[in-house]
Write a protein that binds this ligand. Structure first.
Ligand SMILES: Cc1cc2nc3c(=O)[nH]c(=O)nc-3n(C[C@H](O)[C@H](O)[C@H](O)COP(=O)(O)OP(=O)(O)OC[C@H]3O[C@@H](n4cnc5c(N)ncnc54)[C@H](O)[C@@H]3O)c2cc1C
Length: 464
């Protein structure tokens, strides 16, 4: 009797959910079981699409966020069934996207053939014992002591938590310090002051949430090394620019040459009445090929000098959020700074911030009532705060790339161990794919990787 094959997906956020749905829609031809494990209380949400008391907006318009590449307007249609008056350029609440992912999975389950079983398991995976031989089954261990054998395990554990900021150590346990930027904020008033460390999209989330009530909006200051904030989205045509990208690919021996070609393209597009965002989308689609061609020294140059500029052009603010930040800056409620934090120290219920503006030598000092760490994920595996990743790293089952961008993976998504070999049983899907592809953080790229990995696993299961 065919006992079937078991694929265990660890993490039921965006990647785990979309992978499970794809496996259900295009399963192996033989009996198999798909198990989706989530340590939280719901699948389909993860960090990005979780339920909050504030409707954080998506940073991509509804018409460009389908979880199915063959049906690009699927999310838009879902939203139109739920809300009236929605069009493809609207920036909808992120939690609605989580509802949609749950429906995406539920529909795939309803339509799956009978030889595929699907189950959800709620619990935290704390270990994965991977045998040395390719035909040895990995065993997935849970925090409650349970275990489960699998034929293949996919790590879809999401973004790592932000780094422990060394100068924040004295206030780590202080009630005014928030390591999780999306945790409920303390209730503050206009007399209070807030420090937000970081100036990216997370900063915009934190500011929006503090400013939800104009009568109670505290004074907010942000600090990042360069003080650059994301540029606003527009209603540009994402697919306006066509071509094989040979100009960019041919320049990919040097990051300076890539920059120069990109600038010319942006100038030409704007000259013809287009939008520089079209060029950014074009480059984003080519990013994995450009990244693969860039020599290591050029990748380092990009990370040191250009990444912050790429980030503010690539990860853009929904227009209403950009307008809110503008308003707050003009009214003096929000101050965006370039500089460095020197120290944080507790002072009663408040925190004293000592910092230095970029280009200045003198230290400044200010008392704040809340500090929020919005510096983004810490991709350095060796100091990961995810116990499972740390254990797998220590055991040599996963390894980092030379630039500490994420996890080393094969072209099929298999984890590459410390010995340089691609695992036959352990796969990875998620933002740490940026080690190989650079652009791997948004739904569009991750959807593509989920579809590709589902095809690969289905082929493996059918042929083993
Ligand atoms: C705040 C935010 C907003 C974003 N907004 C957008 C957007 O508007 N548009 C866009 O295109 N992209 C957006 N992104 C990017 C992208 O969609 C997400 O990064 C994507 O959701 C990543 O999916 P994931 O499955 O890797 O991680 P997650 O969705 O975070 O899922 C990981 C899951 O794994 C679980 N898990 C972790 N460890 C374990 C364990 N040991 N055992 C069991 N379960 C575990 C977690 O509980 C979590 O549910 C956003 C990202 C963030 C962080």
């Amino acid at each position: 009797m065919d006992m079937g094959k078991r694929i265990v997906i660890v993490g039921g956020g965006f990647c785990g959910t979309v992978l499970a749905a794809n496996l259900l829609r295009h399963p192996p031809s033989r009996v198999c079981e798909i198990v989706l494990v989530e340590r939280g209380t719901e699948v389909g949400r993860g960090v990005a699409y979780a339920l909050h008391d504030w409707p954080y907006p998506l940073n991509v318009p509804a018409g460009r966020l389908s979880a199915d590449s063959r049906d690009p307007l699927q999310f838009l249609r879902y939203a139109q069934r739920t809300l009236t008056d929605v069009d493809g350029e609207d920036f909808l609440p992120r939690q609605m996207y989580g509802d949609y992912l749950q429906e995406f999975l539920a529909q795939a389950k309803r339509e799956a053939p009978e030889h595929v079983r699907f189950s959800r398991v709620y619990g935290e995976v704390t270990s994965i014992a991977v045998g040395a031989a390719a035909d040895e089954s990995p065993t997935v261990g849970f925090a409650n002591g349970d275990s489960m054998d699998a034929d293949w395990v996919v790590l879809a554990v999401g973004n790592p938590p932000p780094p422990m900021l060394p100068w924040a150590a004295p206030v780590q346990e202080h009630p005014a310090y928030r390591d999780n930027p999306w945790a409920p904020h303390p209730t503050l008033s206009r007399d209070h002051a807030v420090l937000i460390v970081g100036n990216g999209l997370t900063m915009a989330d934190v500011v929006s949430s503090f400013a939800r009530d104009a009568g109670r909006t505290p004074r907010m200051m942000t600090v990042s090394r360069r003080g650059l904030i994301p540029l606003p989205q527009s209603t540009f045509h994402a697919a306006a620019l066509r071509g094989d990208g040979s100009g960019l690919l041919d320049s990919a021996g040097s990051i300076r040459a890539v920059l120069s070609v990109s600038r010319i393209m942006a100038r030409n597009i704007e000259h013809m009445g287009g939008d520089w965002r079209e060029v950014v989308t074009f480059i984003r689609n080519l990013a994995p090929s450009i990244w693969a061609r860039l020599p290591d020294v050029e990748r380092r140059r990009f990370l040191r000098h250009l990444q912050c500029h790429w980030d503010v052009h690539r990860h853009r603010l929904p227009p209403p959020v950009a307008a809110r930040l503008d308003r707050l800056r003009r009214s003096g409620r929000l101050e965006i700074n370039a500089g460095r934090i020197d120290s944080l120290s507790p002072e009663g219920e408040q925190v004293r911030v000592t910092w230095r503006r970029r280009g200045e030598t003198a230290l400044e000092s200010v008392l704040v009532d809340a500090v929020v760490n919005a510096t983004g994920p810490d991709y350095v595996l060796a100091r990961s705060r995810n116990p499972l990743l740390r254990a797998l790293h220590r055991a040599g089952h996963v390894s980092e790339d030379g630039l500490n961008l994420g996890l080393r993976t094969s072209a099929q998504g298999a984890c590459i161990g410390a010995d340089g070999r691609a695992s036959a049983q352990l796969f990875y899907l998620g933002p740490m794919l940026r080690a190989s592809h650079w652009e791997a953080t948004a739904a569009a790229e991750l959807r593509h990787h989920a579809e590709q990995l589902a095809r690969h696993l289905a082929t493996l299961a059918a042929s083993s």
